[in-house]
Design a protein around this ligand. Structure first.
Ligand code: AMP
Length: 209
């Protein structure tokens, strides 16, 4: 299963990607997580990405495309992957397509999680992230999964959320038509419980594989 997950920030891509990755036994590759772990480790890549991430802007394509290309070469991605947060614009989608065509491993599907803006702002502004395990939670004190301290991501503050949504509309939403015209797009509603959304996704994906 070679899958891209697309949807606005706050649609629950990370949560669903993690569940689907376990279900299909493939790695969950989240570009935002890779940038954040580089930032935490203070690598040159992290330092380079920070200014863009904190303001909600996209990290330049040259940096992001190279990072994803390298990640897809790791052995665990040989039998498939779920990309979460990549591609974020048409140029990245084209680079990904060329890269996969070259290896004769094209995408199997692009799953769009669809949700309206009011629900996103409500979800994201109450979201906290665990400093230790990185999982999202609505708990404002401790992570319910590992007990670590939680914090509010700079880019989950309301002004930055609005900017991320604008960027999504301007730059990322066009990839939906791109993938629709390639016959790869599957859209499911991202409203409801985590389990309901997963069931919708797995049922939709079972029709193509
Ligand atoms: P996310 O966790 O997916 O919301 O990503 C957090 C931030 O990382 C984004 O707001 C961007 O600054 C950066 N980022 C993640 N994925 C990409 C991408 N595909 N292209 C450019 N920047 C990205």
């Amino acid at each position: 299963m070679r899958l891209v997950l697309v949807g606005p920030p706050g649609a629950g891509k990370g949560t669903q990607a993690q569940i689907l990755a376990a279900h299909y036994h493939i790695p969950h590759i989240a570009t935002g997580d890779i940038f954040r772990s580089n930032l935490k480790a203070g690598t040159p890549l992290g330092v380079q990405a920070q200014v863009f991430m904190d303001s909600g802007e996209l990290v330049p394509d040259s940096v992001t495309n190279e990072m994803v290309k390298d990640r897809l070469l790791v052995a665990d991605a040989v039998n498939g992957f779920i990309l979460d947060g990549f591609p974020r614009n048409i140029a990245q989608a084209e680079v990904l397509r060329a890269n996969l065509v070259e290896k004769s491993t094209p995408l199997v599907a692009v799953l769009e999680l669809s949700i309206d803006n009011a629900e996103i702002i409500a979800r994201l502004s109450s979201r906290r992230t665990c400093r230790d395990c990185g999982l999202p939670t609505t708990n404002t004190e401790k992570c319910p999964t590992c007990g670590g301290d939680v914090y509010q991501r700079e880019d989950d503050k309301e002004a930055v959320i609005k900017r991320r949504l604008e960027i999504y509309e301007e730059q990322t939403a066009p990839i939906i038509s791109f993938y629709r015209s390639e016959g790869l797009l599957i859209t499911v509603s991202a409203s409801g419980s985590v389990q309901e959304i997963t069931e919708r996704a797995i049922s939709a994906l079972s029709r193509i594989s």
